[in-house]
Design a protein around this ligand. Structure first.
Ligand code: CS2
Length: 489
């Protein structure tokens, strides 16, 4: 049996949707219907509607992928989320989806939706690269594709193109104000999205200033890619197969700036924190969670570990991550009231150690050029500006430099899945393969490394020392020499 409205009656009671599918109208358009969104915002929205009502159904827009849209459509827009605790799992069907379509197949429908007065919120999970912003500066990366989206009538192909064309249609239709909400791990994501829209708005700018808000958010839940094992766990829990099943850890957090001119779902009833300023949360999460995640991913992948939990068990890894958090990350943060960076970091390491997750190091390692600035390099910059020596942060960057060379410590090939892969490979091919040569070649990636970092001799020599240690002795030996006496000191 396949999951569908007809099969809902035979699901175990605790797995049934908390809202009745079809009993509410659409209120949100979501761009980027990936696993993270389905395990996070869609769940909060279902819980918010279950607790407080409202027409906040989500119309899911997949920028390209047809398979998720087909699966949702065949299942009457239903799918399940399996929560993977360290010793038990539970599966629930989510009923907050009100539509699903593929932007590349129906761009004009997406534009029309953005001009529909019922839609008052647009959320986005399009990954760092979807915004087409320079990761180091947040400036728009103009190219022919984006110019054509903004300057011609052809169906838009880029995310900024879809947004601007939709907003133009909304202004024309006089459909009322709207909030655009980035749910990606970008630094000051509301500010970045507002920068993207204002830099590309052209003659629409005055209307955007008067009618569009860009609430910043901090989104958090570890969501590994779905596997065949997950699909069978979901099927046995539900007694029905689900081709759109996703999974996630028990922990989940959403902090949202409360600036929604057309209204919003009562997300606070679902446990979200509504605030005036999400940046302290966001910065804490980017540096003390995502930065540590990336660190474990690069070191772990080079050491031959396929999952984050396995990499965390490498002798010395936990101690080095604690040293990174306490010595480099913590001094750069001003955490939200009641939170300390070190205790937040402790809870993050416990979450990463959850053996049920099977979160692959290569999944977290992808798109490093887009992730490093906000996750690690901003920590280094702040430490240097305060006169510090970011020894552990430099180890993380050196681990990325070791990773992008494409060979693990045991000689196996490591894939490089990154929008700058060809630039990275070309730079490495043109440089000497000594640690100095590799460090200098990669520091030349100007959209990744701020000049202040690339020109900093203290940072450069820390990178060379760590890369020498990683190359000569391997990750395991480098980590097990521990925070006390690593080669990077
Ligand atoms: C991870 C994040 O893949 C990655 O880069 O660091 O997806 C991480 O799991 C989430 O941000 C947790 O909220």
């Amino acid at each position: 049996m396949r999951l569908s409205r007809a099969s809902l009656g035979s699901l175990p009671a605790e797995s049934r949707p908390r809202v009745s599918p079809g009993s509410f109208g659409p209120g949100i358009v979501h761009l980027g219907v990936g696993a993270f969104h389905r395990a996070h915002q869609a769940v909060y929205t279902e819980d918010a509607m279950a607790a407080g009502g409202g027409d906040w159904g989500i119309v899911e827009v997949a920028p390209r992928s047809a398979s998720i849209v087909d699966a949702l459509t065949e299942q009457d827009l239903l799918y399940s989320v399996t929560t993977l605790g360290p010793s038990s799992t539970s599966t629930r069907v989510v009923g907050s989806v009100a539509g699903a379509l593929r932007a590349s197949a129906s761009p004009s429908t997406v534009v029309e939706l953005l001009a529909d007065p019922r839609i008052r919120v647009v959320t986005l999970t399009v990954t760092e690269k979807g915004y087409r912003l320079d990761p180091a500066t947040g400036e728009v990366l103009w190219d022919d594709e984006l110019r054509a989206d903004l300057g011609t009538d052809r169906p838009p192909r880029t995310i900024p193109g879809l947004l601007i064309r939709g907003l133009r249609a909304r202004q024309k239709a006089d459909a009322g104000p709207i909030a655009l909400v980035s749910c990606d791990n970008l630094p000051a994501n509301g500010h970045r999205l507002s920068g993207l829209v204002t830099q590309t708005a052209g003659s629409l700018l005055d209307w955007v200033r008067a009618s569009v808000t860009f609430p910043g958010t901090m989104v958090d839940r570890i969501v590994p890619a779905a596997t065949p094992d997950l699909l069978s766990t979901a099927e046995s829990a539900l007694g029905a197969s689900d081709r759109a099943a996703v999974c996630g850890e028990p922990y989940s957090q959403w902090v949202i700036e409360d600036s929604f001119p057309g209204g919003r779902p009562p997300w606070e009833l679902a446990g979200a924190v509504m605030t005036g300023d999400a940046r302290p949360w966001e910065r804490l999460k980017l540096r003390a969670l995502n930065g540590v995640h990336s660190a474990i991913a690069y070191l772990g992948a080079v050491a031959g570990c396929s999952t984050i939990a396995a990499a965390l068990e490498l002798p010395g890894m936990d101690a080095v991550m604690r040293a990174f958090i306490a010595s480099d990350v913590a001094p750069t943060l001003d955490p939200p009231p009641g939170v300390t960076v070190v205790s937040y970091g402790e809870s993050v390491l416990t979450r990463f150690a959850n053996p049920a997750m099977g979160h692959r190091t290569l999944q977290v390692a992808m798109d490093g050029s887009q992730k490093l600035p906000q996750r690690v390099l901003h920590t280094l910059l702040d430490r240097r500006a305060a006169g510090g020596t970011p020894r552990w942060g430099a180890l993380v960057v050196a681990a990325w430099m070791r990773f992008v060379q494409g060979v693990a410590d045991d000689g196996r090939a490591l894939p490089l899945d990154d929008p700058l892969a060809s630039d990275i490979r070309a730079r490495l091919a043109a440089s000497s393969s000594t640690p100095e040569g590799v460090v200098d070649a990669l520091l030349g990636l100007t959209t990744v490394f701020d000049r202040a970092l690339a020109d900093d001799s203290v940072v450069r020599s820390l990178l060379v020392e760590w890369l020498t240690a990683l190359t000569k002795h391997g990750v395991a030996a480098t980590l097990s020499s521990g925070p006390g006496e690593g080669d990077g000191a």
